[in-house]
Design a protein around this ligand. Structure first.
Ligand code: FAD
Length: 372
């Protein structure tokens, strides 16, 4: 096998995007995955490519990534299902409308195309919403994709660019010049990128990342029932709750006509089983926003684990105390969106190039500082 310049651990959307970027930069790259490519959180996620504004750093990475997705869109295979449907942030009442106005100002100042919909325009745009919603913010450049197919595409691009895929093996430890696999084989490499999502703390001692369980439900085919990705503004409260279980209305149209309904967030549950009580709460919330959903058939529910950091930003860059280990994990509920920006940033850091966005907010040392 020889010696690699860089070995990427984990072939989710983040690892495959990193492997593709590093191979494109001419590095001899290995990509190591024990299971199915894109079969981890990537297969469980919703695939909403979202611009977000919890913090300037979150905005910078999501917007940078969203523009990279737009560039990539034409080259994605059909099963990547890139759909530039836009997203509606739904305000149920006038208090939530204040957040719509704030977001509109924030995004407009940063040249992100957004639009305010009043109650009537919202009802016309999405007739299946409950009547009487106060309005919404339309984020025009939000899109949706089918994440596992995109991960497969990114891995195959990496392979065409010369990367070697090492499948069916798990990395057990990472040393100074080699990673040891679960069968004892050593993969020699100058650098390593830990991109195994919620599994990262098992390879990197002291890394403060917690699994945050989420449920999704998919319906049978109902073409035209929903036109946009839609999220209640209360989703932001749900995403911010750090210690309690929460659900929020979040729905996505799939090109197949199916509807993906979310979402839930739970800490302290590391079992992947579907929790019917949580699904029921999640669906009740969805019915409050879209009563007509009650009549549709759901065909499957599943769970996945988001890799959550304390400050809700991913960790991207050199691992403290290591000279050759880089981290690309901790993306919580935005790892599909930010995979492309993460890969660019990571490659820039590894190759001492100047990144397009400031790298400091994502540096891993802060995750250690935030321990506890
Ligand atoms: C319910 C839900 C909804 C979501 N919705 C969205 C959304 O709409 N938009 C969005 O942007 N994000 C969303 N996310 C978040 C997104 O899915 C994740 O942030 C993203 O998939 C993380 O990708 P990853 O490559 O870091 O991790 P993963 O996809 O988990 O990949 C990690 C890979 O590493 C492998 N691995 C583990 N241990 C090892 C080891 N020791 N050696 C080698 N390989 C290993 C695993 O097998 C796995 O394939 C959602 C998540 C959930 C759970």
């Amino acid at each position: 096998m020889g010696t690699f310049d860089v070995a990427v651990v984990g072939a989710g959307i983040v690892g495959t995007a990193c492997a593709r970027e590093l191979s494109a930069a001419g590095l001899r790259t290995a990509l190591i995955e024990p299971g199915v490519i894109g079969g981890g959180a990537t297969a469980a996620g919703m695939g909403h490519i979202a611009v977000m504004d919890d913090s300037e750093a979150q905005f910078a990475l999501t917007r940078y990534s969203q523009l990279l997705w737009k560039e990539l869109a034409d080259r994605l295979p059909a099963d990547g299902e890139y759909l530039p449907c836009g997203a509606l942030w739904i305000a149920a009442d006038e208090t939530e409308m204040l957040e719509v106005y704030r977001k509109q100002r924030y995004y407009s100042q940063r040249e992100v195309p957004v639009e305010i919909l009043d109650s009537q325009s919202l009802a016309e745009a999405e007739p299946n919403l409950r009547l009487g919603m106060a309005g919404a913010l339309l984020a025009r450049e939000d899109a949706v994709v089918y994440p596992p197919a995109v991960a497969r595409f990114l891995a195959s691009e990496a392979q065409h660019l010369g990367a070697e895929l090492i499948l069916g093996r798990r990395v057990a430890t990472i040393g100074d010049d080699a990673a040891t696999l679960d069968d004892g084989i050593r993969i020699r490499s100058r650098s390593f990128v830990v991109a195994n999502g919620a599994g990262a703390p098992s390879l990197v001692t002291g890394l403060n990342i917690q699994p945050r369980k989420g449920h999704l439900v998919i319906t049978d085919r109902y073409p035209g029932f929903v036109q946009h990705q839609m999220i209640e503004l209360g989703y932001l409260r749900s995403a911010h709750a750090m210690d309690s279980d929460s659900v929020a209305f979040n729905i996505q149209p799939r090109p197949s006509g199916q509807l993906l309904i979310g979402s839930s967030r739970q800490y302290g549950s590391d079992h992947p089983a579907v929790d019917n009580a949580v699904v029921s709460r999640m669906l009740q919330r969805a019915f409050e926003y879209m009563p007509g959903l009650r009549k549709l058939s759901a065909i499957r529910a599943w769970t996945g684990f988001r890799a959550a950091t304390k400050d809700k930003l991913p960790v991207i860059g050199l691992c403290p105390g290591r000279e050759n280990v880089y981290l690309a994990t901790g993306h919580e509920g935005l790892g599909i969106t930010t995979s492309l920006g993460t890969a660019k940033l990571l490659a820039d850091l590894l190759l001492n190039r100047t990144p397009a966005i400031e790298a400091a907010p994502y540096m891993p040392d802060r995750s250690y500082a935030l321990h506890g």
